[in-house]
Ligand binder design. Structure first.
Ligand code: SF4
Ligand code: SF4
Length: 399
């Protein structure tokens, strides 16, 4: 109750030296130009993680690959409204995208060539389980400066339990072998980030953070499992309380390192401090359904990668384009000012209402956790501004 008191907004605003927002009644946009898409190049996977949002990659339907022509149509759609100097992002997701290596490689080259012709920038990202990497893939990441997000759920024993092959055999050994290949590229022009899905059975975050950074990852991010199609491994209130304690324990590790002049690449904390500093009072938690969309293997356009083949997030298709009415309705309905109970929450302009997918599928079970984390980060921001302003500046400049 205390945490949800709108009066706390004024306290937080005072601590930050900014005024409390008053944007109620603002009009939702009807159209936002697309700046990023992710392609579900393979709606299939070689692993069998029980909680997978993509239901082992198939999103509940038949396994399929995206043909190269569909990927080209998606890229043409992405760059359709491009103006010289714009910057775009092309992401590859699945399932496991490397199962459809041919489309991944050909569409990266096509997108880079098209971007050059139009005088725009383009960045590439790939979310992968990193069990299928080969030398050609590494050359592609190197040439195009990819950002790889590797799904890894802990150190060997935990990861093998949560992310087995379909046969039941653990996948950590293969992952570790491939990580070695990735980390040994010198000089390396691509980044490799660890993304840990946190479930009730891998809540030992400080040990996980230390172990994975030791392996060589450039940064680590924890993301709680709030909504799994199977319902398995979802976090409930007690576990979310434990998660908050664990994240704060990682925060203490981060704080101690800062005193020695080191920045631990703990993304949850870095991005929250940056968000607090910018305080942009965003009306949406992410670009889904606006500047960002997910593309299914057959060319359907969806609000994001998690809505692939889901009517709740349908936005059109890459051949005919975005359905203007569907997008306008989404932007209106998902706007922060239409979200209850967000309108009365002090954290609304930092949280922006939470992931649309999770809210639509499960509601808002994690608000106390979100506000608890923001409270910790606000206090740390103020402490750093007072005690280590140069380190805070370095944190804000980190990407
Ligand atoms: S989703 Fe975010 S803004 Fe909305 S009530 Fe929960 S914590 Fe507050
Ligand atoms: S809706 Fe959720 S999963 Fe989709 S982009 Fe937004 S935060 Fe991410």
């Amino acid at each position: 109750m205390l945490m949800g008191d709108p009066g706390r907004a004024d306290l937080a605003a005072l601590a930050l030296g900014v005024a409390s927002p008053a944007s109620e009644g603002a009009q939702a946009p009807r159209h936002v130009p697309i700046k990023a898409i992710s392609l579900a190049v393979a709606q299939k996977c070689n692993l069998g993680c029980t909680y997978c949002y993509a239901q082992q990659g198939t999103f509940g339907g038949a396994a399929k690959d995206m043909p190269p022509d569909t990927a080209k149509a998606a890229i043409d759609h992405l760059l359709r409204e491009a103006k010289r100097g714009d910057v775009f992002t092309l992401g590859f997701m699945g399932g496991e995208p490397l199962i459809n290596r041919a489309t991944l490689h050909s569409s990266t080259r096509y997108a880079a060539a098209q971007a050059m012709v139009r005088g725009v920038g383009i960045g590439f990202s790939l979310t992968t389980n990193a069990t299928l990497v080969n030398a050609d893939d590494i050359a592609l990441y190197q040439q195009y400066g990819f950002t790889l997000t590797v799904s890894v759920d802990g150190l060997q024993v935990t990861h093998d339990r949560l992310r087995p092959h379909r046969s039941g055999k653990g996948s950590f050994e293969k992952l570790a072998r491939n990580l070695n290949k990735l980390f040994s590229v010198e000089p390396r022009h691509f980044r490799v980030l660890a993304r840990v899905t946190v479930t009730p059975s891998n809540l030992d975050l400080p040990q996980t953070m230390a172990g994975l950074l030791e392996l060589g990852f450039d940064a680590i991010m924890f993301s709680p499992m709030l909504s799994a199609p199977s319902g398995k491994e979802e976090m409930h209130s007690e576990e979310l309380d434990a998660l908050l304690d664990q994240l704060i324990a990682c925060g203490r590790v981060f704080r101690e390192a800062l005193k020695e002049g080191r920045i631990v690449p703990f993304t949850n904390l870095l991005t929250t401090l940056q968000r607090i500093h910018r305080y942009e009072r965003e009306e949406y938690p992410c670009g889904a359904g606006g500047g960002y969309m997910g593309v299914s293997a057959t060319g359907g356009l969806y609000a994001c990668h998690r809505f692939v083949d889901d009517a709740d997030g349908l936005m059109g298709d890459v051949f005919k384009g975005v359905d203007a009415e569907l997008q306008a309705t989404w932007l209106e309905e998902r706007n922060l000012e239409r979200q209850s109970p967000c309108t009365d929450c002090w954290a609304r302009h930092l949280c922006s209402g939470s992931c649309h997918y999770e809210v639509i599928k499960r509601g808002r079970p994690a608000c106390d956790y979100i506000r608890g984390w923001l409270t910790y980060c606000l206090a740390l921001y103020v402490e750093l501004a007072r005690e280590q302003p140069d380190m805070l500046k370095a944190i804000l400049a980190k990407r």
